[in-house]
Design a protein around this ligand. Structure first.
Ligand code: PLP
Ligand code: LYS
Length: 419
């Protein structure tokens, strides 16, 4: 569910006419609906009610501080994968005690930062990382709260580029290694065993892989309990899918229902790391048609957004709905590729799609662009990154300025021998 709807043939974000935002902010720009963000957070809270869940936005999906702050104000935490994401999250008002830190390559500096700030938990992804963190914590006179991220070798049944819980993936430790290493970690002086975590992939459209992963975790937890190791937090990662096209992913309630009995029996506090399910359908990318062209074999609609703004179609072949901001009467439909101006054949936002016969100047909304949209954007072809706008009811504000040409060159200089 989201709050982008037509009113008298015009697409609105909540109570705001998208034409107004385009006129004042320009295009391309990302528009997020705060009401949708809040609604999604509430759906997770409701679904896991009674289990004292900590719902941590996977910040990699959307790093905008206004978005992070929206969830923080509702008691949410964050799942981070870098010092930069930690910095942003803390600067957005997330208490350090609600930060979980995943990632296969945390640097010493990043470990120090997490320890100094007092984050909730480091999800350790390798044996070397465990020893490094123990040393760093010792040097700082701290105890690092940790979980092991286990790789349960479960098929998430999603796009191969976004599965993370298979034995061939780089993430986590095997079950066997994790069992052994918990016992090693218990004896290390500067680690505090807090939990266990796993994340098997993204855009999952079925509940069974989550249930399979949880049952593997239960085996591990049971064996650890037999060894006297009691853990408090059970971090199930993110991964719940959303509807981009025809998918019918489980809703948070259904997802939680599959896990609830087991969680209750274990008596552990669930930590969740949803990214896409919280923010994906809460955002769109607003663009303007620059030109249209017809070749002997195809129609093209060239817009002012490109793969540098929304790289998911180019990278994964992902589907994003293409909707006119204004529906014209008796508008004809054509089949076209909707493309950007970047010098790459792979620069497309939609392929062979039925779209209205757009004209230059028409506004277009690329739907479900709230997750992994702006965060995966780049400056390729020296294109300034788009603006970001947050809408709440009738109110709206720019929450990230569009980059300027000066921004593009910031930090660059000529070496002294060229001056
Ligand atoms: C460790 C971890 N947690 C959470 C997420 C968020 O995933 P999603 O956006 O699919 O919910 C990811 C990304 O897949 C991740 O790698
Ligand atoms: N960036 C991906 C998801 C990867 C999730 C990160 N572990 C996407 O747009 O679908």
């Amino acid at each position: 569910m989201h709050h982008f709807n037509y009113r008298q043939q015009v697409l609105y974000a909540e109570d705001v006419d998208l034409r107004e935002i385009a006129a004042k902010v320009g295009t391309p720009c990302f528009v997020y609906s705060q009401g949708t963000l809040q609604r999604h957070m509430k759906a997770f809270e409701e679904a896991f009610k009674g289990l004292d869940p900590l719902i941590c936005l996977a910040v990699k999906a959307n790093t905008n501080r206004a978005v992070i702050a929206t969830f923080a104000a509702m008691g949410g935490g964050v799942d981070i994968v870098s010092g930069g994401e930690m910095y942003r999250s803390l600067a957005s008002g997330v208490p350090a005690g609600r930060v979980v830190y995943s990632g296969v390559g945390k640097t010493i500096r990043e470990m120090e930062m997490g320890l100094e700030k007092g984050i909730l938990m480091f999800n350790i992804e390798s044996i070397q990382e465990m020893h490094m963190l123990n040393q760093v914590a010792g040097r700082l006179g701290k105890k690092a709260p940790v979980s092991f991220r286990v790789n349960p070798d479960v098929d998430a049944k999603t796009h191969p580029k976004i599965t993370t819980g298979l034995a061939v993936n780089k993430f986590g430790l095997t079950m066997e290694d994790a069992f052994e290493q918990y016992q090693v970690a218990k004896a290390l002086p500067n680690l505090e065993l807090k939990g266990v975590s796993c994340h098997i992939g993204s855009q999952l459209t079925q509940t069974s892989p989550f249930a399979d992963a949880l049952s593997r975790l239960v085996d591990l937890i049971t064996k650890l309990r037999e060894k006297g190791i009691q853990l408090e937090l059970l971090d199930l990662g993110g991964g719940l899918g959303i509807t981009y096209d025809q998918e019918t992913p489980p809703k948070p309630a259904e997802y939680a229902a599959t896990l609830r009995n087991t969680l209750e029996e274990l008596g552990m506090r669930p930590v969740l790391e949803p990214g896409r399910a919280l923010v994906g359908n809460a955002g769109i990318l607003l663009a303007e048609v620059v030109v249209t062209k017809k070749t002997p074999v195809k129609n093209f609609v060239v817009v002012d957004a490109a793969m540098n703004d929304l790289m998911r179609p180019s990278f994964y072949g992902s589907f994003h709905g293409v909707q006119p901001v204004q529906i014209r009467k008796d508008q004809e439909t054509i089949t076209a590729d909707v493309v950007g101006p970047i010098c790459e054949t792979g620069d497309f936002l939609a392929k062979d799609r039925e779209v209205p016969r757009f004209e230059p100047g028409d506004l277009v909304a690329f739907m479900s662009a709230g997750a992994y949209g702006y965060t995966m954007s780049s400056n390729y072809n020296s294109r300034p990154r788009a603006a970001e706008v947050l809408v709440s009811g009738e109110k709206w504000a720019v929450v990230k300025q569009r980059e300027t040409y000066e921004d593009l060159c910031r930090g660059e200089s000529l070496p002294d021998w060229m001056e």
